[in-house]
Design a protein around this ligand. Structure first.
Ligand SMILES: *Cc1c(COP(=O)(O)O)cnc(C)c1O
Length: 453
């Protein structure tokens, strides 16, 4: 019988996260204070984050030990399985080997729990009582809500309006874990009220929801803010994915020629690829590395690589990243987790260094690929993950056209069980492709802060 699953025992859960910054030829550009335009000091971030996570954010250590209590919780679903998609290979009639690392087996249904558990643990260690956050599709909000309930923290979630309406079950899940959820923009914050005054029908965006959640943290000393992607410490926590995958590919006796991840803020992508890139920098891995973004929100392929705010109301520091402009409100595609105006500074830096490349996929192509995958492999991917599936299938078909073997590894970042409305809409022919919103992006880019141009 052909092996399809490469499983590691609990003893092989990584003991340390891998920080690629230690091995890069140059570090990413530092975040700047929006007033002075000087690099931030750790104390500048302390109203928002606890010091232990700020230390991770700026760390140049190669390995950061995973706390025992966090590893114990990881053991519920980690090491996550790595599968070979043999039936998909057959269906495509390709000589390529297609592997995927499956993060949908976490109790929250995606990779987000890897960092949620870690962030809740560090906040509790720092004596924090309340965490505020934003969520797009609800994957991050439900992960943080779950992690907060494990560690006795209270959780407040600002959920992007379009997802709040599209995905009521995600909201119910957050509430089941004890979180309080508001649709964003809300009337509860100055940022939310300002947006509603100008745009009463606002669909919301991650940038707006971040402003609301940060505002709440800044105004209350007992509340800190937690971000589900983009930041260095978040990407760091996700490296358990790639560290495990390296061992699993060894078990499979194969080495990846191509690594693929979808990228919203960049965390599941970086989590899979940075450990492999660490090997590549030592000459021990040869893989091409591809980040996939939606055509409707193309920060890496159409944005500027420059300093910008992480949120719409400009409460965050300036970070150097690929950005469409912090006021850009992406079309309401169903891959809510990919609707962010920027890209992680670390991922942007990897692109700049030529260690990774970026490509786009249209919404309808992403769903077509997801359905094809589901019919062959029995897993319905999250709409975000469909973007990675689409490029993995393209790669496999390209190998077929060339008549060459190619080993493809992609990250299946989550399952789509809470996103079935989007599949219903797709099957009913109600989903559309969005043209590249050139005019709106040009307007948002024109509003970049002065350092940025
Ligand atoms: C949030 C999310 C993403 C996008 O976020 P990244 O930080 O880019 O990983 C992708 N897939 C799933 C399933 C998500 O929940």
């Amino acid at each position: 019988m052909d092996t399809v699953q490469y499983h590691l025992p609990a003893s092989r859960i990584p003991r340390a996260w891998y920080n690629i910054v230690a091995d890069l030829p140059s570090p990413p550009a530092p975040p700047l204070h929006p007033g002075t335009l000087q690099p931030l000091g750790p104390e500048d971030l302390s109203p928002i984050f606890p010091m232990n996570l700020i230390e991770q954010e700026v760390s140049r250590e190669r390995e950061i030990e995973i706390p025992g209590e966090v590893r114990d919780i990881y053991a519920q679903w980690r090491p996550s399985p790595l599968y070979r998609a043999r039936r998909l290979e057959k269906a495509l009639d390709t000589p390529a080997h297609i592997y995927f690392k499956y993060e949908g087996c976490s109790p929250a249904g995606s990779h987000k729990l890897n960092t949620a558990v870690a962030q809740a643990w560090y906040n509790r260690e720092a004596g924090v009582k309340y965490l505020s956050t934003e969520t797009g599709a609800g994957q991050w909000g439900s992960s943080l809500a779950m992690a907060c309930s494990f560690f006795g923290l209270e959780c407040k979630v600002y959920m992007v309006r379009v997802s709040y309406d599209q995905k009521p079950y995600r909201r119910a899940l957050m509430e089941a874990f004890g979180a309080t959820v508001s649709a964003s923009p809300s009337n509860e914050t100055e940022s939310g009220r300002a947006i509603l005054a100008a745009h009463p029908d606002s669909r919301g965006s991650l940038g707006i929801a971040i402003s609301e959640a940060v505002e709440v943290a800044v105004k209350d000393p007992k509340t800190k803010y937690a971000l589900g992607s983009v930041l260095n410490h978040v990407l760091l926590h996700q490296t358990v994915i790639g560290l495990e995958a390296i061992e699993q590919m060894e078990l499979a006796g194969d080495a990846p020629d191509v690594l693929i991840g979808c990228a919203g803020g960049g965390s599941n992508f970086a989590g899979l690829v940075t450990p492999f890139l660490g090997l590549k920098l030592k000459g021990k891995c040869n893989a091409r590395v591809i980040a996939v973004e939606p055509s409707a929100c193309p920060s890496m392929t159409k944005g500027h690589f420059t300093y910008d705010f992480g949120d719409t109301s400009h409460l965050t520091p300036l970070v150097k990243m690929h950005t469409l402009g912090s006021t850009f409100i992406p079309p309401g595609i169903h891959a809510g987790g990919l609707r962010y105006h920027g890209m992680a500074p670390l991922v942007s830096h990897l692109l700049d260094l030529g260690l990774a490349e970026a490509t786009t996929v249209q919404q309808l192509d992403a769903f077509a690929a997801g359905i094809r995958f589901a019919r062959a492999e029995g897993i319905v991917p999250a709409p975000e993950a469909n973007h990675a599936v689409a490029v993995a299938i393209d790669q496999a078909l390209e190998a077929k056209a060339e008549g060459k073997q190619r080993t493809i590894l992609f990250n299946l970042s989550g399952h789509g069980h809470f996103d079935m409305q989007s599949y219903i809409d797709y099957n009913a022919g109600k989903l559309v492709n969005y043209e590249y919103p050139a005019e709106e992006i040009a307007m948002a880019l024109a509003g970049l802060p002065p350092t940025g141009r």
